[in-house]
Structures are given as C-alpha cells and as structure tokens.
Design a protein around this ligand. Structure first.
Ligand code: GUN
Length: 292
C-alpha cells in the first residue's frame, strides 16, 4: 500500500507556481490576484478560506478576503461580486460555500464573471467542462486528477466508483474520470443516497472516490483487494482530547481499508491540500487569460 501524499504533491505544484509568478513579475506582468468571499462564521469554511489566502501569500499572489456577517443581504453580496467582476486587478473570485439559507447560492454563482470563476461552478464553465472544452475545472476534482496523474495511477479501462453526486465533487469528478484523457478513460459508476447495493458496486471498483461527507462510511468489507482509494471527506468529529475540540475523519475507515489498497489518500494531507493547489493553478490561468 502506498500513500497518495497530497501535501507533498501540492507543495511541488505551489513551488512551480511560485517560480512562474516570479517570472511574470520579472517581466513586468500582472501578479495573480484571488478575491475570496466568506459569509458568516462556519468554522470549517473559515479554515478553508484562511488556508487559501495563506497559500496565495506563500507563492507570491495577491489576495483579498472579504468577510461578511451571516445577516448580509443577498443584494449586498451580489453588489460586492459585481464590484470584483469590474475590478481589473482581480483575476479570480471565489465565494466559499455553503452560504446562509436566505441567500440563493445559484444566483450568487451565476453573478460571478465566468472568466474569473476559478471554482468552476458557473453554469457556463460547467457546460464547457462537460463538453470537454478548456475551462476552469472545480478545484477538488481537478486536484484529484492532478494527484492521480502525479502517481501515474493506471485509470484506462478501470472501473471507478464515485460515492456522492454533489456539484462540487462527485458529479464533476465522475465526468473527468470518464473523459478520453489520461488520467481518465474510466468506466464510472456514480453512486448516491438512493443507490441500492452500494456495497456490491464498491466491491467491483478498481478506484473508489468517497465524497459523501460521512465519517468512516467506506469500510474494508466494501473494498476490493488492490483498489485505489481517494478520500474526499473532511469530517469534524468531536474529540475532547484535542485543543480544537474536534478531529478530522475522512469518509473512509482508513485503518481497516488501507491494508487492502494499492494506493490511498490520507485525511488530512490527501485531497485537501490538492484542492488548494488546483485553485491556485486556476487562478494563475485566470491571470494569464488561459484555461486548462
Ligand atoms: N465548499 C466546499 N468546497 C468548496 C470549494 O471547493 N469552493 C468553494 N467556494 N466552496 C466550497
């Protein structure tokens, strides 16, 4: 069993981007600039956004963090997005999800200029991704593909089972895995809460992508010997022995599943850091006006 070390690979990607940014600066070109919007006090969202902003600074990007109270009106939020759309210095815009219930997420995403939509959530960019056209690919699926690519995991003709059909992870990763590309060319089964015989389907998987948000959901009896396991879950579980009061658990019961696998991502240190590396790559491409 080998660990798919997202921390290591993301550091290598960030180092490459830092070199490219230094080259842009030396040539008198624009420094990439990411603007992040955070609404409310969701602890996990705060951690993710802080990590994204910190990573920008590490590699020489500019960043702006706009923080708003939970009570912000939808109109006020949309006005801020419009201002960022019109600000030529801002290359990438991300609105951390989830948003409070009184705000229409779809409207918010639709308001982001598709050319600055580094999360790849705008329907125009989703449409381009589905059509196989160059665009911004959502960061977590993109990060997963970069990780598979780095470790040269064979994917052609393999059966990939994706658990979870969210717009952020499950649906886009199933599209990318089935694409005629490398990595890609998988036969994909997309499972969700209404799937029957989930265990039997998982047992046929060469690759499992677990993106359901339920701690320890995938157990050893669901995994074929030698499978590749990508664990997208970052679940906060109460733990009084930790200073933070919680510990992070993946969607996969790591200790019992790992011995059966050929490759597995740890939590933390797997998909999480790759998401940030992918977001930074998208932001670089937004700044230079190129898509992947
Ligand atoms: N919430 C969970 N994952 C993501 C992500 O990749 N981007 C944004 N904007 N919000 C998220």
């Amino acid at each position: 069993m080998q660990i798919l070390d997202g921390k290591l690979v993301s550091e290598a990607i960030k180092a490459q981007l830092a070199t490219k940014v230094a080259e842009l600066k030396a040539a008198g070109k624009k420094t990439p600039h990411l603007a992040a919007i955070l609404v409310g006090n969701n602890g996990a969202s705060e951690t993710y956004v802080a990590s994204k902003v910190k990573s920008c600074a590490e590699i020489g990007y500019n960043s702006t963090l706009l923080r708003f109270d939970e009570q912000i009106s939808e109109k006020h939020l949309l006005d801020h997005i419009t201002m960022l759309n019109e600000n030529a210095d801002v290359d990438g815009i991300l609105v951390q999800l989830p948003l409070p219930k009184h705000i229409n997420e779809e409207l918010v995403i639709n308001t982001i200029d598709p050319s600055k939509d580094v999360d790849g959530f705008h329907p125009m960019n989703v449409g381009k991704m589905v059509s196989g056209l160059p665009t911004f690919v959502p960061a977590t699926p993109y990060g997963i593909m970069l990780l598979l690519e780095h470790y040269q995991i064979p994917t052609k003709g393999k059966h990939a089972v994706v658990i979870g059909r969210s717009h952020i992870v499950g649906t886009p990763v199933s599209i990318l895995l089935s694409r005629s590309a490398n990595p890609g060319n998988c036969t994909v089964t997309l499972c969700h809460s209404q799937t029957t015989n989930l265990k039997e389907i998982c047992l046929q998987a060469d690759i499992i992508v677990a993106a359901i948000g339920k701690p320890n959901f995938v157990t050893a009896d669901m995994v074929k010997e030698g499978a590749v396991i990508v664990d997208v879950g970052i679940n906060r579980v109460a733990d009084a022995s930790k200073k933070s009061g919680f510990r992070l658990l993946g969607d996969v019961k790591f200790d019992e599943v790992a011995p059966k696998c050929s490759f597995i991502t740890p939590v933390p240190g797997g998909v999480g850091p790759m998401t940030i590396a992918a977001l930074l790559k998208n932001t670089y491409h937004a700044a230079i006006g190129q898509k992947v």
